[in-house]
Design a protein around this ligand. Structure first.
Ligand SMILES: Cc1cc2nc3c(=O)[nH]c(=O)nc-3n(C[C@H](O)[C@H](O)[C@H](O)COP(=O)(O)OP(=O)(O)OC[C@H]3O[C@@H](n4cnc5c(N)ncnc54)[C@H](O)[C@@H]3O)c2cc1C
Length: 397
């Protein structure tokens, strides 16, 4: 029987496209299928509301995938300081104290995705199939049969689902998911402040929820403010002056008052964790595997670690052999890595919802700030440089 590809990846978001590039570079014949072919971003357009903090380990993974160098410097907001405040207590991290040039970069999701696809377009062993959706799949002893929306079928040795938080492929596989509804939404907008944000990722746990001001490359800050759904709806309906007054009541960042804001967007916040990440010749990665509260800016970073970990786990696999063992290794690795991060983020969000929790968190930040080994361990983990991170990520050191 003719096998079309070693690996089919369903979902060409940043996580799936990065996995496709790394696996192709390791010698696999890869097909990447997505419902939408990403458009070339307009270099003259304003910053997209969907921005993410990319850690140094993740940047190294994107570099290895051939996507990092294509991101224009004028659209990447590097930060070398991170400040977190809660009810009088605070902690600050400085890249230079941890032997790093930067703690991360604020980048736009559409640019990241377009750069991944541009890198893939130049790879001979990659077939990009878009726009096209995966409708169904079934596993046979030595291959997976993948059925497209248009009725065409593909045969591959392995199928990877990177089709996002609402993953249909995860549902088709019957993989159960734990779900927590936060009843919160993330309000997102870009603000101009009295002084430019020259590279500080600033965060405060406010009485309404965590508020972050993240540096954009042009000196503005991207606001990500997670709050109860009703309050987000109210804030969205305010005129700009009233919104800015509310925001300024809750923020005392080093950049001064916010004086202008772009359109406001709201993203629903739900935590999901798939109970297993591998099943026979099928694996999950990125948001399809889990998605987390954005307060620590880790969602896509986890997805990029998945991509690098999958490539590392499959390094010795050839299409003719059974991938089950390698996938089990991948699953154990990424379930434990992802759960620690997701569980920690979840606990902080829940704990800081009430006043006493925020006061205790503030005290904890101040104490932790003075404990060097704890600070170092936190930075290593948050930057994707700890011992549990894939080798590609650790190469950023
Ligand atoms: C407000 C907010 C702030 C955030 N901030 C950060 C941050 O600072 N740092 C960070 O790391 N993360 C952050 N995140 C999380 C981050 O945005 C996501 O984790 C990441 O974008 C998910 O990428 P993905 O490739 O896994 O999935 P997606 O981007 O959802 O891609 C899935 C792809 O699959 C395709 N698809 C779906 N179904 C099918 C099908 N049946 N067949 C074929 N293709 C299909 C879709 O078209 C899509 O292209 C934030 C999220 C939010 C909401």
């Amino acid at each position: 029987m003719k096998i079309d590809h070693d690996i089919v990846i369903a979902g060409g978001g940043v996580a799936g496209a990065t996995a496709a590039a790394l696996l192709a570079q390791a010698g696999q014949r890869v097909a990447l299928i997505d419902r939408r072919r990403p458009e070339d971003p307009d270099p003259t357009a304003d910053f997209d509301p969907r921005v993410v903090a990319i850690a140094p380990g993740s940047a190294a993974v994107l570099r290895a995938a051939g996507a990092w160098e294509c991101l224009p410097a004028e659209r990447l907001g590097p930060y070398d300081r991170m400040q977190v405040h809660a009810d009088g207590g605070e902690i600050e991290f400085r890249a230079s104290e941890h032997g790093l040039a930067h703690l991360g970069w604020i980048a736009e999701v559409p640019w990241l995705q377009a750069c991944c696809w541009q890198a893939l377009a130049g790879m001979e062993s990659v077939e990009l199939i878009a726009p096209a959706g995966v409708k169904d799949f079934s596993q046979r002893e030595d291959h997976v049969r993948v059925e497209r929306d248009n009725g065409k079928t593909l045969r591959a040795r392995l199928l990877v689902a990177a089709d996002g938080a609402h993953s249909r492929l995860r549902q088709m596989a019957g993989i159960e998911t734990e779900i927590w509804h936060y009843n919160q939404r993330a309000l997102v907008t870009h603000v101009t402040t009295e002084r430019p944000n020259a590279g500080i990722a600033w965060q405060r746990f406010t009485e309404h929820g965590p508020l972050a001001l993240l540096p954009l490359a042009d000196g503005r800050s991207s606001v990500v403010w997670s709050q109860p759904e009703r309050r987000v709806a109210e804030l969205k309906s305010l005129d700009e002056a009233a919104f800015l007054a509310d925001l300024n009541d809750c923020q005392d960042s080093p950049f001064g008052m916010a004086t202008a804001a772009t359109r406001r967007y709201a993203f629903p916040l739900i935590r999901r964790q798939a109970k297993s990440l591998a099943q026979g010749r099928f694996a999950l990665l990125g948001d399809a595997a889990r998605n987390v509260h954005p307060l620590a800016g880790q969602g896509l970073n986890l997805g990029l670690m998945d991509a690098a970990a999958l490539a590392e786990a499959l390094a010795d696999w050839t299409g003719n052999t059974d991938p089950t063992r390698a996938l089990r290794h991948y699953e154990r690795w990424r379930i434990s890595g992802g759960s620690v991060v997701a569980g920690g983020i979840h606990a902080i969000n829940e704990f800081t919802r009430a006043g006493p929790g925020r006061s205790l968190a503030g005290l904890g930040f101040s104490v932790a700030g003075k404990l060097w080994p704890l600070r170092e361990a936190f930075v290593e983990h948050a930057c994707g440089l700890d011992r549990d991170s894939p080798g590609l990520a650790r190469s950023a050191r």
